[in-house]
Design a protein around this ligand. Structure first.
Ligand code: ATP
Ligand code: MG
Length: 339
C-alpha cells in the first residue's frame, strides 16, 4: 500500500484559561491511499484534534509543539505544518476535505443549498454558475437526493439525513483525495445512520478517496473501516486492521471497548461501560495513561510509558501496553471488570 498522509510524533496542546491541555501526545500514524481508517475512543481522547490537525484547522488557542504531517501529492510530498495560509486554502477541499463534528448544523441558515455550492466553488476559482450547478446536480443525484428540490431549499427545510447527504456532495465537489468525517452520523437516528454508512461505501467505491472516519461508535467502525486506530488520553494505544482489532485486540482498553459495545456482542442489549474515567490531560503522566482503570496493570505500568510495539505475526498491528497479548480479550471477559 502507498502512503497518503504520514503523521510523525505530533503533539498538540490547548491553552485554557488557567492551564494547558495536552490533547495529542507524540502521535504517529500512517494513512494509506484509498483505505478507510477509523479513529475511535471515548469522548475527549483527542479524535477531533487529530482530525483537524490533518489540514491544520486547529483553533487559535492551540499550539503544535512537536511533529510533522506529510501529505503525499502525486510525486511530491507536502509538509502540511509548513504551508502558508494561502497554500493551505488551496489544499483544503481540493485535496483534503474535512467535515467537522457538528457540521450538520453549520450550514448558513439564510442561504439556499445552491448558494452553498456556488460559494464553495467560487472560492476555489470556479467562475461559471451554470457549470457549478451542473456538477452540484450530478453530485446530489449520486447521494440519492432530488437535486432540483434540494438546490432550491434552505437548510432548515431538509432533514438531518438529507443535510448529511448534501454535506457529502458538497465535500466531494472539488474531487478531494482525502475525506475526513468527524462523527458524521451521531446526530441521526439509527435507520438514517445505516443509510449514510451504505452511501459512504458506495461513494468510496465510485470516487476512490481515502477515508478517515472519526467515531465513538465501534459498530460503525467495524462496518466501514479497513483499519482502526484506538486512541486514549491523547495517544494512539492500538492500531491494526479491522479483523485483528476486533478479533484479537491486544490492549485491555480496546478489549474493554469491544466487550462493552452491545452490537458487537450479539444479542445482548445491556451496555456496560468501562469503569472510571480518562486521566486529566493537564498533567503529563509518567507511566501508562490507562493505569488507573486497567485490570491488567502492574508496577511497571506506573513508571514506564508503553510505546507502540509491533504485534508479532499480525502485519500492521501495533499496541502500546506492557501486558499486551493475544489472550487479552479472554482475560477481560473472564474478569469481573466490566460486570
Ligand atoms: P469527542 O468524542 O467528545 O468529540 P474528542 O475525542 O474529539 O472528543 P477532542 O475534541 O479532540 O476530543 O478534545 C481533546 C481534549 O482537548 C479534551 O480534553 C478537550 O476538552 C480539549 N479541547 C478540545 N478543544 C479545545 C479547545 N478549543 N480549547 C481547550 N481545550 C480543548
Ligand atoms: Mg470530537
Amino acid at each position: 500500500a502507498t502512503k497518503h498522509i504520514i503523521v510523525e510524533d505530533l503533539s498538540v496542546e490547548y491553552l485554557g484559561p488557567t492551564k494547558k491541555i495536552y490533547a495529542l501526545q507524540h502521535v504517529s500514524l500512517e494513512i494509506y491511499r484509498g483505505e478507510s481508517i477509523a479513529l475511535v475512543g471515548e469522548s475527549g481522547c483527542g479524535k477531533s484534534t487529530l482530525g483537524v490537525a490533518f489540514i491544520r484547522l486547529l483553533p487559535v488557542n492551540s499550539r503544535i509543539t512537536s511533529g510533522r504531517i506529510r501529505f503525499v501529492d502525486g510525486s511530491r510530498e507536502i509538509n502540511i505544518l509548513e504551508l502558508s495560509q494561502s497554500e493551505l486554502q488551496k489544499i483544503r477541499w481540493s485535496k483534503i476535505v474535512m467535515m467537522a463534528q457538528g457540521a450538520l448544523n453549520a450550514f448558513n441558515p439564510v442561504m439556499r443549498i445552491k448558494d452553498h455550492f456556488i460559494d464553495t466553488a467560487y472560492s476555489h476559482g470556479w467562475k461559471n454558475k451554470t457549470e457549478v450547478l451542473k456538477k452540484a446536480r450530478y453530485l446530489l443525484e449520486r447521494v440519492h437526493l432530488d437535486s432540483e428540490r434540494v438546490l432550491n431549499s434552505f437548510p432548515h427545510e431538509l432533514s438531518g439525513g438529507m443535510r448529511q447527504r448534501v454535506l457529502l456532495s458538497l465535500g466531494l465537489f472539488l474531487n478531494p483525495e482525502v475525506v475526513i468525517l468527524d462523527e458524521p452520523t451521531t446526530a441521526l437516528d439509527i435507520l438514517t445512520q445505516r443509510n449514510i454508512i451504505e452511501l459512504l461505501k458506495e461513494l468510496k467505491k465510485e470516487f476512490n478517496f481515502t477515508l478517515i472516519f472519526i467515531t465513538h461508535d465501534l459498530s460503525l467502525a467495524a462496518e466501514l473501516a479497513d483499519r482502526v486506530a484506538v486512541m486514549y488520553a491523547g495517544k494512539i494505544v492500538e492500531v491494526g486492521d479491522v479483523y485483528n482489532i476486533f478479533g484479537t485486540p491486544y490492549h485491555p482498553y480496546t478489549a474493554g471497548l469491544i466487550t462493552s459495545t452491545p452490537k458487537l456482542r450479539g444479542k445482548s442489549t445491556e451496555i456496560t461501560s468501562i469503569p472510571g474515567s480518562p486521566p486529566n490531560l493537564s498533567e503529563i503522566f509518567k507511566g501508562c495513561p490507562f493505569y488507573e482503570r486497567c485490570p491488567l496493570r502492574s508496577s511497571v505500568c506506573l513508571n514506564t510509558p508503553p510505546t507502540l510495539t509491533f504485534v508479532d505475526g499480525q502485519e500492521g498491528h501495533f499496541v502500546a501496553c506492557h501486558h499486551a497479548s493475544k489472550d487479552t480479550l479472554s482475560k477481560i471477559r473472564q474478569s469481573d471488570w466490566l460486570s
